[in-house]
Design a protein around this ligand. Structure first.
Ligand code: HPA
Length: 269
């Protein structure tokens, strides 16, 4: 089933040899516009792919180029709060693996837990806390992808992070680095939860990304992750977070992230 779907996608998109895939978070769909020689399929036309029901998530798989680099772009992701089985996310990552993807770039919109990480800024994810209570690896393990008990050391690949920080410095983009905590959602956090997450050592909070990273790390993909900070956590300032704010703030900050990711990809695989 995974291999069949991968072959279908390969044919439909006319894939040659993509090495990098990118998953676009809320309000970050603009990245798709900078790709050249684009081919697209809707998720609904891919057997086994669920629909993304969230506003700001388009639901299409795109093949495009940045320079000579062939990229697969998932424009729209599957969130566990939509009711998807976490295993669906594992399947999608396995499809990417079958397509030859070696490196996954994940992006999301997130709330800040630190006063010095302001809305509009970009946080490079150095590690995560899985506070969702869910895990995509639950169930029988397919040893051909990875071990039953995978290590999550260096899940956010150190070398890629270093390269990215160097590029950010060169092109004048300020990049904070921090720990992303995933909640299941869909409600935003209470102020008591935000205080608790700060004590736990998290720097940003969101409702996605962790299942993709666990799945990708399990099957030995390199991972680079970014949070676009759209708001402060509840209770940190006098503000009520909303999805509308998430999308509009992510749209504003996305120009910086697009520039950074483009440079990163241009520097080669
Ligand atoms: N909490 C959880 N998810 C989010 C937030 C937040 O404050 N902002 C954007 N996504």
């Amino acid at each position: 089933m995974i291999k069949q779907t991968a072959n279908f996608i390969k044919d439909k998109l006319g894939l040659v040899s993509p090495q990098t895939a990118i998953i676009l978070g809320s309000g970050l769909g603009g990245f798709a516009n900078i790709l050249e020689n684009v081919t697209t399929i809707n998720y609904k036309d891919i057997n086994g792919f669920p629909q993304s029901s969230v506003k700001g998530h388009k639901g299409e798989l795109i093949r495009g180029f940045i320079g000579n680099n062939e990229i697969i772009c998932l424009n729209g992701r599957f969130h566990l709060y939509e009711g998807h089985d976490p295993k669906i996310i594992l399947d999608v990552i396995h499809i990417l693996k079958e397509l030859g993807i070696k490196r996954l770039i994940v992006t999301n919109a997130a709330g800040s837990l630190r006063k010095d990480i302001m809305p509009g800024s970009i946080m490079l994810i150095k590690d995560h806390i899985n506070f969702s209570g869910k895990n995509p690896l639950v169930g029988p393990n397919d040893e051909s992808y990875g071990p039953r008990f995978p290590s999550m050391n260096n899940a956010y690949t150190l070398l890629l992070r270093k390269k990215c920080k160097d590029i950010a410095k060169n092109i004048g983009i300020e990049l904070k680095e921090g720990v992303y905590l995933m909640v299941l959602g869909p409600n935003f956090e209470t102020s008591a939860e935000i205080k608790a997450f700060q004590i736990l050592g998290a720097d940003a909070v969101g409702m996605s990304t962790v299942p993709e990273v666990i799945s990708a790390s399990h099957c030995s993909m390199e991972v680079l992750g970014f949070s676009v900070i759209t708001n402060y956590g509840a209770g940190m300032v006098d503000n009520t977070p909303s999805h509308q704010e998430t999308i509009s703030e992510a749209n504003k900050a996305s120009e910086k992230l697009i520039r950074l990711v483009t440079e990163f990809i241009k520097e080669g695989n």
